[in-house]
Design a protein around this ligand. Structure first.
Ligand SMILES: [Ca+2]
Ligand SMILES: [Ca+2]
Ligand SMILES: [Ca+2]
Ligand SMILES: [Ca+2]
Length: 265
């Protein structure tokens, strides 16, 4: 047996092939936009025609919904300042049971955008190593910040990071067309201080984006049609369960996809 054959044993070949397939499944590319994107819930831009639809169909919690209960797909693009998302959603009932945008927001219908600016992976539950923006039906964005001084959870509105507009398509079956732009912040982000607080603290600025940049990314939708708790939670990637649990994205960025920014072809 020559060196080549001894290295590529059938088992190694199969495991290498599986690793390549796994990488492809969890890797996404975003094309640079070619015209200005107006975030208005109308997918009229030429850029959106150039991007490919990506599935939003991996069950994280609950039972797999039928196509009229929930169906979603999305496109992702970028320019130097922003990431852009176009999400097309079928949801039979739009439901916002909690008026307070920071209270049990995951049990209302919401779009969830996960961003890990440097694709570092790792825990982000109570820090800004990565973000899990829950964009509600009122277009406000909420995530978990650093814990309060008394140890309680601190749900924070990060509306400066997200511009979100959705509207029904005028064409039957009148899907929800959700258009979003995201300012990308790195792990140095800290919450703005209250006005009048004397401090050297500088307000955090979003990073610039460029071709070749890699980010951790995942998209999900919390679907509730009238229950106390969300009925389905569906994401853009099939998360490997740990102890039977796939709902790991709000805790660790390890489960996100790798999103590479590329120039238009
Ligand atoms: Ca638009
Ligand atoms: Ca539904
Ligand atoms: Ca990070
Ligand atoms: Ca719903």
């Amino acid at each position: 047996m020559n060196k080549f054959c001894s290295f590529f044993t059938p088992l190694k070949f199969v495991s290498t092939l599986l690793a390549v397939i796994t990488l492809n499944v969890s890797a996404l590319e975003a094309l640079r936009i070619s015209d200005k994107i107006l975030v208005d819930g109308l997918a009229q831009e030429v850029s959106w025609q150039q991007a490919k639809w990506q599935p939003l169909n991996s069950l994280i919690l609950g039972e797999q919904p039928s196509a009229d209960d929930f169906f979603g797909q999305f496109k992702v693009m970028w320019d130097e300042q922003l990431l852009y998302l176009l999400v097309e959603i079928t949801d039979d009932v739009l439901f916002d049971q909690h008026a307070d945008p920071r209270h049990l927001y995951w049990d209302d219908d919401c779009l969830e955008i996960f961003i890990d600016e440097d694709a570092s992976g790792g825990n982000h539950q109570f820090n800004f190593n990565a973000f899990a923006y829950h964009v509600a039906l009122d277009n406000q964005a909420v995530d978990i910040g650093e814990k309060n001084a008394d140890g309680s959870d601190n749900f924070v509105l990060l509306n400066d990071h997200i511009t979100s507009v959705w509207r029904r398509s005028e064409k039957s079956p009148n899907k929800v067309i959700w258009e979003v732009s995201v300012r990308v912040y790195d792990d140095n982000f800290s919450m703005p201080l209250k006005k009048g607080t004397p401090s050297q603290h500088k307000e955090s600025q979003p990073v610039n984006l460029f071709a070749g940049k890699k980010l951790g990314f995942m998209l999900a939708y919390c679907d509730n049609d009238g229950s106390k708790e969300r009925e389905h939670f569906i994401g853009s990637i099939d998360i490997k369960a740990v102890n039977g649990n796939k709902n790991l994205g709000y805790i660790t960025a390890d489960v996100f996809s790798l999103l590479t920014l590329v120039d238009s072809r």
